[in-house]
Design a protein around this ligand. Structure first.
Ligand SMILES: [Zn+2]
Length: 107
């Protein structure tokens, strides 16, 4: 129904379909689907992708750890050629080691 001149509505009262947002949403969905169907080869190990939904109606892409299959942001390769997440490879940050050394010295 089209309102007559006496029944004007405000733009803010109306639902809207914005082509810019529509295209952006379709592009993001297509890109996500394309990435999820693919794998990346990292040092001869195939790494899968996954995604999770975020609180603000968005999504976040992840790498899947080849050892534990958890969603992770970073995959590591150790000097002795093991590939996985920090937890699986039992990796430590340098700052943690310095802290441990410092604590041993001062204990
Ligand atoms: Zn892992």
């Amino acid at each position: 129904m089209i309102p007559n001149n006496f029944d004007k509505f405000l733009v803010s009262q109306c639902q809207k379909l914005d082509i810019k947002n529509l295209v952006k949403s379709i592009q993001e969905e297509l890109l996500r689907d394309l990435i999820l169907k693919s794998e990346i080869n990292f040092e001869d190990v195939n790494i899968e992708f996954s995604y999770s939904k975020t609180g603000f109606d968005g999504s976040r892409l992840w790498l899947k750890c080849p050892i534990c299959s958890h969603n992770i942001r970073i995959i590591y390769k150790t000097p002795n050629n093991f590939i996985g997440c920090r937890k699986c490879l039992n990796l430590d940050y340098e700052s943690h080691i310095y802290k441990k050394i410092k604590n041993k010295i001062w204990d």
